[in-house]
Design a protein around this ligand. Structure first.
Ligand SMILES: [Mn+2]
Length: 347
């Protein structure tokens, strides 16, 4: 850049994310957009998330009063791999008749083959995301994955767990995502944490926050697996309503996490007022400042956030020249995740 960068200036037309324009080598934070949502069970459209969030980033103020100046770390938005759109289209076509039957395909040979094809395409996404994330981590970068549905960051979390043995995950979600092959799909959005716990043996702890729509087997899994800790939404609400000290509440839970942490943020962990378009909205959830308390407490705890993802942002309909509310919230949340990745020297 030849002229000094002015963080207060309006984002120039055609400028990069958040009005920034960092070359890859100058950026610590690399955003990897993965517009894939083949196994979305209720309503699809999260594949439109990355593009809508990118457009909405131009409205975000760069000096965040609570989270500091992550723009100083440099942020680079990677190109979408064109194969993802092809894989998504094909996988959706194969997945739709299976989803319509709720996964009950009763050995129908045609649907069995379709299911195998969806799983194979999901595996391709996993491989691509894992390869890209590994390369970024090896280069000393901090990956920030943008979905797509919650199946997308599986490969990234596995890569981070390999690079940082003893990794912890801070997981925001209305759902536990601990189902085994939901609707039959090996790589379902509802199975990602199950898959991560099975496959990433280097993982030390998983802290789930916001859970309020969970299956019985998932609750049993949470209680049976010593690595898994959950803050159910009703517990959070009760603490709030009873006037408990939430600052201490959050600090005590964050203390369960090891030194290196991945943050996986399903936007539906928030109150659906903040994400009305998301694929599987559930009443309750964290409000904006409560989510900020969790993220800020993690940052201030001295832990290193080695990577993060933001998933399930599904833009609601809006005028063509406007940003959808879902994307506006998503862009601001993405900036705060970037702040965690930027490290303490930029706060
Ligand atoms: Mn999820």
């Amino acid at each position: 850049m030849t002229t000094p960068f002015d963080p207060d200036a309006a984002a120039a037309p055609g400028s990069g994310p958040f009005g920034l324009d960092h070359a890859a080598e100058d950026a610590l934070i690399h955003v990897l957009p993965v517009p894939f949502d083949a196994t979305t069970s209720y309503r699809d459209g999260t594949a439109a998330g990355p593009e809508a969030i990118l457009a909405a980033t131009h409205q975000v103020e760069l000096a965040d009063l609570a989270f500091g100046k992550p723009y100083l770390a440099g942020l680079h938005w990677l190109e979408v791999d064109p194969r993802i759109a092809e894989w998504n289209k094909e996988a959706r076509e194969y997945a739709e008749p299976i989803i319509a039957r709720g996964g009950a395909i009763d050995g129908d040979p045609h649907l069995v083959r379709s299911l195998e094809r969806v799983d194979a395409l999901g595996a391709k996404v996993n491989e691509l995301v894992e390869e890209r994330t590994t390369a970024l981590l090896e280069a000393g970068k901090r990956p920030l994955i943008v979905g797509g549905d919650h199946s997308v960051p599986y490969g990234a979390i596995c890569a981070a767990a390999r690079k940082h043995p003893g990794l912890g995950i801070l997981h925001f979600d209305a759902h536990a995502d601990l189902r085994v092959a939901f609707e039959g799909f090996r790589w379902s959005h509802a199975s990602i944490l199950h898959n991560v716990l099975e496959d990433a043996h280097e993982l030390e702890a998983l802290l789930q926050v916001g859970l309020r729509d969970v299956g019985q087997a998932e609750v049993e899994r949470i209680h049976a697996d010593p690595r898994v800790h959950a803050v159910f939404d009703h517990e959070w609400a009760l603490a709030k309503l009873a006037g408990q000290d939430l600052v201490s509440f959050v600090r005590d839970r964050v203390a369960l996490l090891p030194d290196s942490v991945w943050v996986t943020f399903d936007i539906d962990g928030l109150d659906p007022m903040l994400c009305p378009g998301t694929g599987t909205p559930v009443p309750g959830g964290l409000d904006w400042n409560e989510a900020a308390l969790w993220l800020k407490t993690l940052a201030d705890s001295g832990r290193t956030v080695v990577g993060a993802d933001l998933v399930e942002v599904r833009p609601s309909e809006c005028a063509a020249d406007e940003d959808s509310w879902d994307a506006i919230v998503g862009a601001r949340l993405l900036y705060r995740l970037a702040a965690l990745l930027a490290g303490p020297e930029r706060r």
